[in-house]
Design a binder for this molecule. Structure first.
Ligand SMILES: [Zn+2]
Length: 275
């Protein structure tokens, strides 16, 4: 298996374990690799350190939240030079996060700007830097993930990615509370040239979400455009490999093809992220 989305300490909130603990437990579970994500930290270098001497691949990336000033091409360029394999568009500092009343996680403190970010068509002024970022990710042949941006913004990003020849686009958990798309809307975006992510976090923590809802997402998107990842690492979630296995089990329990589900949690994400 290959987990394209896991959180580890150090982080701005408590985590299940540190980078090395998380990689240890994937190794013990026989995983082929993982991608460590930090909403407020570039994990490219951390991934290199945690992956030294390992049989499994450990990758990192950068999330474009306030700590890098949002759509900042310099931060993206530097992260890619450090070996980042995934660039996530804003998550906790996306405008959708504030609108949904969800926690911003990091960047608190007196005098710290409470800005949020939006892509076109919501905020047309970000088109320039965002086009530069898409070009940088395309040139590095890395993955661009849509973060918590809304459906119309993800659609704009997909069109620009196509224009730039960017082959690797991941729709970050499109049916989670943010961006809160329907399975049909997620499928429509995936058909424009992206992979759609379904996470164990949704199964474990998303209000109103259960196996039946996630089955509908899988059915709408189709197995070849599907990525199953854990998005685990919360102190109250199972160990990340177990969280991902639980997601596969829950969906298989809904009558879906276990072999195809396992591919969506192994070969497909591995191929998506591997240079
Ligand atoms: Zn996450």
């Amino acid at each position: 298996m290959f987990d394209l989305h896991v959180h580890a300490a150090p982080d701005v909130v408590g985590r299940w374990g540190g980078d090395v603990d998380v990689v240890d437990c994937y190794q013990a579970a026989g995983f082929r690799g993982c991608v460590i994500k930090g909403h407020y930290d570039t994990t490219a270098g951390r991934a290199v350190t945690a992956g030294v001497g390992r049989a499994l691949r450990v990758y990192g990336g950068i999330v474009l939240n306030r700590h890098v000033g949002g759509f900042n091409p310099v931060a993206v360029s530097a992260a890619l030079q450090h070996g980042a394999r995934v660039v996530w568009l804003p998550t906790a500092d996306a405008h959708t996060q504030r609108a949904a009343g969800l926690p911003r996680l990091g960047g608190a403190g007196a005098g710290v700007p409470d800005v949020v970010y939006a892509a076109p068509p919501v905020d047309p002024t970000t088109a320039g830097p965002l086009r530069t970022i898409i070009r940088l990710v395309a040139d590095a042949d890395a993955v661009l993930a849509t973060g918590h941006l809304s459906g119309p913004e993800a659609s704009w990003v997909l069109a620009e990615a196509r224009r730039a020849g960017l082959r690797r686009v991941l729709l970050t958990h499109p049916t989670y509370t943010v961006p809160g798309l329907t399975p049909a809307a997620a499928a429509e975006l995936a058909a424009q040239g992206g992979h759609a992510e379904v996470t164990a976090y949704q199964l474990l923590h998303q209000p109103g979400c259960g196996p039946a809802m996630l089955r509908k997402v899988v059915e709408a998107v189709g197995y070849d455009r599907l990525v199953l990842s854990s998005d685990a690492g919360q102190p109250d979630s199972p160990p990340p490999p177990e969280a991902l296995e639980r997601l596969v089990d829950a969906l298989a329990g809904e009558g879906l093809d276990r072999g195809a589900l396992r591919a969506a949690a192994s070969e497909i994400p591995e191929r998506l992220v591997t240079p």
